[in-house]
Design a protein around this ligand. Structure first.
Ligand SMILES: NC(=O)c1ccc[n+]([C@@H]2O[C@H](COP(=O)([O-])OP(=O)(O)OC[C@H]3O[C@@H](n4cnc5c(N)ncnc54)[C@H](O)[C@@H]3O)[C@@H](O)[C@H]2O)c1
Length: 339
């Protein structure tokens, strides 16, 4: 079987672990080259894979015959690098956030169409064990009709790197939004109708937000509340409210309480309204809350071999970029933004 000759562009924290692991281990791939401007990272890659390493990705594109480049550099660099790879006739995987905004996302889609190659957005939370199980429970109406979905990630830690600066497309909305905003929107189903967002910079250094809160109304009426917050711990990562119960997720622990509230015969007459027959079930989800990179890379291989479509399309990722842009605009103008 012909291996997919793959290069990692940006052999940093994520490129050197999350992506390099499956490329190195899965039989469908061959690590054909690594590019990083940092000489220490190049030395580490050269020692690990024994493949050619480059300081300049244009030189790598000229010298290597690649099937796939995985762009895992800073978030401000993705669009130009992805377009350059596509223009050089190479398929591209782009980590999240695939673009700094929807203008860049459209530019990448145009480059993909012109090239005839594949542009694969990396949105691993779509494969998350929490989202997979919540979809099953929602589809089975385990808690009746779901009308509010809350999704949150909280931390009591700070960070001090390029992700705290706007010029590098830092900030939690861009860099965590794909994990936090997209999954509940997908779970709610339908299209985003409007957005109200608030961003704050509270503790982290730099000049971009370390907190975001978004209230999203779907066209089917479901309310999605998505949030990244600093200086807070132990917040459930999901809270779903249905008209027959509730689900919370804390780490890998999913708790579902279902009940049958009594139905008063007349709206104006006082009667017993407390829910009866509460039933609590607790289950443990698998640890792949942000997806299993090996599973996703197998899907990438299948897509590149033409065996099946990759489950995330560039249009899906563009839709997410538009929602993230709308949250930012809503905060800047302090108003609800309709999509
Ligand atoms: N779960 C996930 O999917 C996940 C997790 C972490 C990070 N990320 C994303 O991955 C991207 C990288 O994040 P990170 O934490 O690995 O950053 P990082 O700073 O650790 O790595 C970036 C690497 O790119 C290199 N680089 C910079 N400019 C370059 C250039 N011109 N040519 C070649 N290499 C260059 C740097 O030297 C560095 O090694 C970000 O967009 C981030 O949001 C995704």
């Amino acid at each position: 079987m012909k291996k997919i000759k793959t290069a990692v562009l940006g052999y940093g924290r994520s490129g050197g672990s999350l992506h390099a692991g499956p490329i190195e281990k899965l039989e469908q791939f061959e690590m054909a080259a690594v590019c990083d401007i940092d000489p220490q990272r190049r030395t580490l890659a050269s020692e690990r894979f024994g493949c050619p390493v480059y300081e300049n990705y244009q030189e790598m594109l000229e010298k290597e015959r690649l099937d796939l480049v995985c762009v895992i550099t800073r978030s401000d660099q993705h669009c130009k690098m992805a377009c350059d790879c596509l223009n050089a006739g190479v398929n591209v995987l782009v980590t999240k956030p695939w673009a700094a905004n929807s203008v860049e996302a459209e530019r990448m889609i145009a480059a993909e169409k012109k090239s005839g190659k594949k542009l694969l957005p990396w949105l691993p939370a779509r494969w998350g064990s929490d989202l997979r199980r919540l979809k099953e429970l929602k589809n089975a109406k385990a808690i009746g009709n779901v009308f509010i979905i809350r999704r949150a990630v909280s931390t009591f830690s700070t960070r001090c790197d390029w992700q705290t600066e706007k010029r590098f497309a830092g900030g939690y909305l861009l860099n965590w939004g794909p994990h936090i905003v997209e999954p509940p929107v997908l779970l709610a189903g339908g299209k985003v109708k409007s957005v109200f967002g608030q961003l704050r910079q509270t503790i982290n250094p730099g000049d971009t937000e370390d907190v975001f809160i978004a209230m999203i109304t779907m066209d089917n009426g479901t309310i999605v509340h998505a949030e990244f917050t600093i200086s807070l711990t132990d917040m459930p990562s999901w809270m779903l409210q249905g008209d027959r119960g509730t689900i919370t997720v804390e780490g890998t622990k999913l708790t579902m309480i279902t009940n049958v509230p009594p139905r008063p015969v007349e709206s104006a007459r006082m009667s017993k309204t407390v829910a009866q027959d509460n039933k609590t079930t607790v289950e443990t989800l698998s640890a792949d809350l942000y997806g299993d990179a090996y599973v996703i890379y197998r899907e990438i291989a299948a897509a590149l071999k033409g065996e099946k479509e990759f489950p995330v399309t560039p249009e899906d990722a563009l839709e997410l970029s538009r929602v993230l842009d709308a949250i930012r605009t809503s905060n800047a103008e302090n108003k609800v933004v309709s999509l």
